[in-house]
Design a protein around this ligand. Structure first.
Ligand SMILES: C=C(O[C@@H]1C=C(C(=O)O)C=C[C@H]1O)C(=O)O
Length: 775
């Protein structure tokens, strides 16, 4: 058996105690004290004689450094020391024997010397009895094997003992730390900053296993200055000499930590186990972390604790989180979640509001449609209600939908219902206003069929009759108009007046009303006295017509549908109803020769039928170049869009034909007056052609405007028409009471009409006429 010197594994023994062997350098305990490796059989076998002292030293140190229970004495050597001595002796004897074989020396002496290594005292007494033989050598070899086995067992036991010693040292250190912690807690009354599910270290054979076991361990601690988590095990109390003190402290600390853990667990359950506090730095400790910190294996990475770390970087001190701070953190967490929830709800609300606005617009559209239908179709009020009810039923017949959609639909229904009510209120109010308006115009309620109301209506008709007579008085008898034998209209047998009345009534019949306005068809300028003064007299007379026409129109409410572009109320006619009435009336009047009169200008000159009556010999005073000037479009726009809203009440009474006829009277009166500017301009030009010719040639409209303007006359005109509105418009009663300040048309509106539109438009006609005067 050859023993090799395994220098590559075991370095030569140390020569100085201050210089530890590499073996000692390889391992250190936590307190930096060298922790030698367990003594191995190979180490012992490798020792030479000369290493005896070193071996002794090694064994001594091992005993002192790791096994305090072992005392060195001559009578009580440790087993491994005896084995080492014995093996060393055997080895020396073998070497001597081999030397003797080679050199021829005495083998007895060699054996004796070898036995000296085992027991020097006994070897001297028995030396003479021992016989050297081959058999003895074999026995020694067997003994050597047995000894090796024995040494191996000893070495294994030694390792186990070393481990136990190491554990004991760690536990002592742990208990020391726990005591320190308890002292700190007593002083500061702060809970631990480690909230942990407990881990269990179960001693199972030579190795420790780390497992989750809340039943046994309920507390974990982070050692100061270390990230490792060490577990305090009640089952190890027997190892500490201060077990009672430790038990009390542990119980107290454990109770406190349990309370804190329960509180934290409660909050965590309330919030969410998966939510981590974003504001505070912390980390979830897994048993992998624990295993890593303890240099142990077999971890599963399961989360066992959440450790709040101090905000201060590098802070090594881990103290308990104050309850207030813990509550604050949880409060912040809850608050952030609530704010997030509020934001979600706000977004949903905004979406709903947007949808609601859309539905409101839809409802508004339906409301307008229903209102128009209710006004313009027979039985309309029933229709609107029925139609909307049908709509509501349609809404209700929809299949069940999601709650938010149902809410929108129900709000729609509420809005529809509201629209129905609003529509009714609106109609009632309009009707009441119309009745009031009629009462104001007629001096009575009008709608009541009583003697009083009929008398009031008769009083109103007095105005019309008086005005009509005044209008008729402008013309001479004109007997031919009534002559039975003069068939003035080809194809029509009868007086001309019959033809005109029939045709006009036919137009009115088309729109369902009787033509009531007996206004003279045409004024028919006499032309006999064509002077500026006579022209101005005509203008003054026309003021009466205009004021009276406005008062007639004021009897009706606005009747907006009459002017609605999109309501094609007459089958086969595209456009507002007022257009139809005016066009048809002008056509009849054209047949009667109205527009042969140079004073008259149609609003719809296109496609007018020719005059069917013999041409009246109107004096042709106008210059042909300016005779065809027609600004009725501007007059139409001014009347409908600006003037009308100033003196009629809002509302709709459905009497569109009468209203349209009244409008036509106003429009024709205004058009006549304004286009009278042609005559005014002609006479002014004739009176002072030298003044007008230069600006006319220069087409200097501004200069012409200056020349023709007479501000004094304009002022008188405005003052006069206001007075006429006061006189004509007031209610005339039998008494002398003049307190009644109700006018059929606001006098200021009439003055404004002249100031803003009639006079300026008249002068515009004058300028345009003059511009063309020299053509
Ligand atoms: C019509 C005339 O011409 C101009 C227009 C007026 C009018 O429209 O009332 C009044 C005076 C003049 O500025 C006129 O002189 O009479």
């Amino acid at each position: 058996m050859k023993i090799h010197h395994q220098g590559s594994i075991f370095k030569p023994p140390i020569t100085s105690s201050s210089s530890p062997s590499p073996l000692f350098q390889s391992q250190k305990t936590h307190d930096d004290s060298p922790l030698p490796l367990p003594l191995r059989v190979a180490d012992i076998l490798l020792f030479d004689d000369k290493d005896d002292d070193v071996l002794d030293e090694l064994l001594m140190m091992g005993g002192e450094g790791r096994c305090r229970g072992w005392q060195r004495s001559s009578s009580c050597y440790p087993p491994h020391r005896i084995a080492a001595r014995w093996i060393s002796g055997l080895r020396r004897s073998k070497v001597k024997e081999s030397n003797k074989d080679e050199l021829g020396g005495d083998g007895i002496v060699q054996v004796r010397r070898s036995m000296k290594g085992l027991n020097e005292q006994d070897s001297r007494n028995s030396a003479s009895e021992i016989t050297v033989s081959e058999q003895c050598n074999r026995e020694a070899t067997v003994n050597l094997g047995v000894g090796c086995c024995l040494l191996h067992l000893i070495a294994a036991s030694k390792n186990e003992l070393d481990k136990m010693l190491e554990m004991r040292m760690q536990m002592e250190k742990l208990l020391e730390n726990v005591r320190e912690e308890l002292r700190k807690k007593d002083g500061l009354s702060k809970p631990s900053n480690v909230c942990a599910y407990s881990t269990t270290h179960i001693v199972d054979g030579p190795d420790f296993e780390t497992q989750l076991s809340p039943q046994i361990f309920t507390s974990s601690y982070v050692l100061p200055g270390s990230s490792a988590i060490t577990v305090c095990d009640h089952s190890l109390r027997w190892e500490t000499p201060m077990q009672e003190e430790c038990s009390e402290g542990m119980d107290k600390l454990e109770a406190e930590l349990e309370v804190e853990l329960e509180r934290l667990q409660l909050h965590l359950d309330t919030v969410d186990n998966s939510v981590k506090c974003p504001q505070k730095k912390g980390r979830w400790v897994t048993n992998e972390d624990i295993a890593t910190s303890k240099s142990q294996t077999g971890s599963s990475g399961e989360v066992v604790a959440f450790v709040f770390e101090d905000q201060a970087a590098g802070s090594e001190e881990h103290r308990g989180v104050p309850p207030r701070e813990l509550e604050q953190r949880l409060h912040e967490l809850l608050e952030s979640r609530q704010q997030e929830h509020i934001r979600e709800l706000e977004a949903k609300l905004e979406c709903l509001e947007h949808k609601l606005r859309e539905k409101e617009m839809e409802v508004s559209w339906w409301k307008d449609t229903a209102r128009l239908i209710s006004r313009h179709l027979p039985g309309s009020s029933k229709f609107s209600s029925h139609h909307l009810a049908k709509l509501l039923n349609f809404q209700q017949s929809n299949p069940p939908e999601q709650p938010n959609i149902v809410a929108i639909k129900s709000s729609q229904r509420v809005l529809f219902t509201f629209c129905l009510v609003a529509e009714k209120i609106y109609r009632d109010k309009t009707h009441q206003r119309y009745k009031n308006n009629k009462a104001m115009a007629e001096g009575g309620s009008g709608s009541e069929f009583t003697l009083d109301s009929i008398r009031k209506s008769l009083i109103r008709q007095e105005d019309t009759i008086v005005f009509c007579l005044m209008e008729r008085a402008r013309f001479p008898m004109n007997s031919a108009l009534y002559n039975q034998s003069l068939d003035l209209v080809p194809g029509f047998s009868g007086p001309l007046v019959d033809f005109i009345v029939q045709e006009t009534e036919a137009v009115q019949a088309k729109v369902g009303v009787v033509y009531k306005n007996n206004k003279a068809m045409a004024e028919g300028g006499s032309g006999s006295e064509f002077t500026l003064d006579s022209i101005r007299k005509s203008l003054i007379r026309q003021e009466d017509t205009i004021v009276f026409c406005l008062m007639e129109r004021a009897r009706f409410p606005m009747n907006s549908a009459l002017y609605n572009q999109s309501l094609d109320l007459v089958p086969g006619f595209s456009g507002p109803l007022v257009d139809f009435i005016v066009q048809e009336t002008e056509a009849v009047q054209a047949k009667a020769g109205r527009y042969v009169n140079p004073e008259e200008n149609p609003f719809f000159p296109d496609n007018l039928p020719p005059s069917l009556v013999p041409n009246y010999n109107y004096s042709q005073v106008l210059h042909p170049g300016g005779a065809s000037i027609n600004i009725n479009k501007a007059i139409w726009d001014m009347y409908l869009n600006q003037l009308l809203p100033l003196f009629v009440v809002a509302g709709d009474d459905g009497d569109y034909a009468s209203t349209a006829a009244s409008d036509l009277s106003c429009l024709q009166a205004l058009s006549r007056r304004i286009h009278y500017g042609k005559f005014v301009a002609e006479i002014k030009f004739r009176d002072a052609p030298h003044d007008y010719e230069p600006p006319i040639r220069a087409k200097d409209a501004d200069e012409l405007m200056k020349l023709l303007t007479d501000e004094r006359v304009e002022k008188m005109v405005k003052k006069r028409v206001e007075k006429k509105a006061i006189v004509f418009g007031q209610d005339v009663s039998g008494s002398n009471n003049t307190d009644n300040k109700h006018y059929k048309v606001d006098p200021s509106v009439v003055a404004r009409l002249y100031d803003e539109w009639v006079i300026p438009l008249t002068k515009r006609v004058e300028v345009e006429y003059l511009i063309r005067r020299l053509n």
